[in-house]
Design a protein. Structure first.
Length: 449
């Protein structure tokens, strides 16, 4: 059997990397994950003595670019062709209104901080997603154009994983997790030059498969044989794998098995929640957000959810009527849930997309829509002790550009670093040998602290 393993060619994973089947231990997530690889990095981080705060971030990414006007900045005083297509509803913050499709979030707006001046310069899905999720644009010559190059900068989640450690030392839960949803195919989630140790743990589409993907691929009664097999792997000539995956695996294979059999699996098990709680969140996005809460409660540092698709060049009326109510229900349930569980000071929820939508509608009737608009977007933040019940920044009279207090992706990144207790001056060495600052010109949104 060992001869077969030694000669089998590496099988590519969906993220393009190569793993030996015996290093998977179990099929974690849709794509699998080499836990021994992460455990080595965890040990290295522990030896460095890096501090961390007991805080987490959930990035709820409205993939495709949700209309800021038809969600959190309705501009009902603007001309008809500019204002929200769904009317507005008063919020718990005096003088502030949301779209009429978000009544639950409106009632809980005193738990939210709304930034109405989030801005960058890339109107392409790929480039804009890269900018928001990494804090950096693609090279300037690609601004506003179709993606032609891969991700260039590490995702915020990968930086968190690198700074803290890839696996929580007590629970075995990965630090950085990406829940695979309906879309989310644009670059921005990966670790790139930081190294695959810090790539996101990907868990599968739909609540029913998440637990299944955490299961071992062997029967429980054969577990002893598998442990013996893993021990035997330590004697394999490491020269058979030039990728470096096998380096330093002595001792970590055993930890990998223990992680899978331990607390980490429970964190992914939504059936441990009450029917009442699961029903409050709702299906689809709701179950994913509930999963994100469970993962953060178990020690995850950064969880990304991609919701959508919100790319409404036309059909925005039908699209928003389908997407806004589940968003409203899920976020409303989340805010109540984390408060009841005493987690509202530990978990920061961030809601945004890659950009907003054009202020002036185009088309007619049910075909009406809004095009890409990089100049203005909304950030909605809640939890982790930030100052809520406020609006930061103001859009102009047609919700086209920031009128006051422009906030950049670098500012968002600096804000998340402060919440997570990450040194804003942290640098990591690029493969070229040059140290790279994770934040170069961003500052935390000071009104939040």
């Amino acid at each position: 059997m060992l001869d077969l393993i030694r000669t089998r060619p590496p099988r590519p994973k969906c993220d393009g990397s190569s793993r030996r089947d015996f290093l998977k231990v179990g099929a974690l997530g849709l794509c699998g994950l080499s836990l021994p690889y992460l455990l080595r990095a965890r040990a290295a981080a522990a030896e460095s003595g890096q501090p961390k705060r007991d805080t987490s971030v959930i990035l709820l990414f409205l993939d495709g670019g949700a209309s800021h006007i038809d969600t959190f900045d309705p501009k009902m005083e603007a001309p008809k062709e500019y204002r929200s297509l769904f009317g507005s509803v008063k919020t718990a913050i005096p003088g502030v209104e949301f779209s009429g499709l978000l009544p639950k979030m409106a009632r809980l707006a005193d738990k939210l901080a709304i930034v109405r001046s989030f801005t960058h310069k890339d109107g392409d899905h790929g480039g804009a997603t890269h900018w928001v999720k990494t804090g950096y644009p693609w090279p300037p010559e690609f601004l506003g154009k179709a993606p032609v190059i891969p991700q260039q900068s590490p995702s915020m989640g990968s930086v968190v994983s690198r700074y803290r450690r890839p696996i929580h030392p007590d629970t075995g839960v990965p630090t950085y997790i990406r829940v695979l949803s309906n879309h989310g195919g644009y670059p921005g989630d990966d670790a790139v030059w930081l190294g695959q140790d810090y790539a996101p743990f990907r868990c599968g589409k739909g609540a029913n498969t998440m637990l299944n993907n955490m299961s071992l691929k062997i029967e429980p009664e054969r577990l002893g044989d598998r442990r013996a097999l893993l021990k035997a792997f330590d004697t394999i000539d490491r020269r058979i794998d030039q990728s470096g995956v096998m380096n330093g695996t002595d001792g970590f294979q055993q930890q990998a098995v223990n992680v899978i059999l331990g607390k980490a699996k429970q964190a992914f098990n939504l059936s441990l929640e009450s029917d009442r709680t699961r029903d409050a969140y709702g299906p689809g996005l709701g179950q994913e957000l509930l999963l994100a809460r469970r993962l953060c409660e178990a020690g995850a540092g950064f969880v990304t959810l991609n919701n959508g698709y919100w790319d409404h060049h036309d059909g925005i009326i039908k699209g928003c009527k389908e997407l806004c109510p589940p968003l409203d229900r899920a976020v409303g349930a989340f805010l109540d849930d984390v408060r009841d569980r005493g987690l509202d000071k530990n978990i920061l929820l961030v809601i945004t997309g890659e950009f907003g939508r054009a202020p002036r509608v185009s088309g007619e009737g049910q075909g009406v829509g809004r095009d890409h608009w990089a100049s203005l977007n909304t950030l909605v933040l809640a939890g982790a002790g930030i100052k809520a019940g406020q609006v930061i920044g103001e859009s102009d009279e047609k919700a086209a550009y920031p009128k006051t207090r422009p906030i950049s992706p670098q500012d968002l990144m600096a804000t998340l670093f402060q919440v997570l207790g990450i040194d804003p001056k942290v640098q990591y060495v690029h493969p070229s040998g040059r140290p790279i600052s994770m934040i170069q010109d961003g500052n935390p949104i000071e009104e939040l602290f």
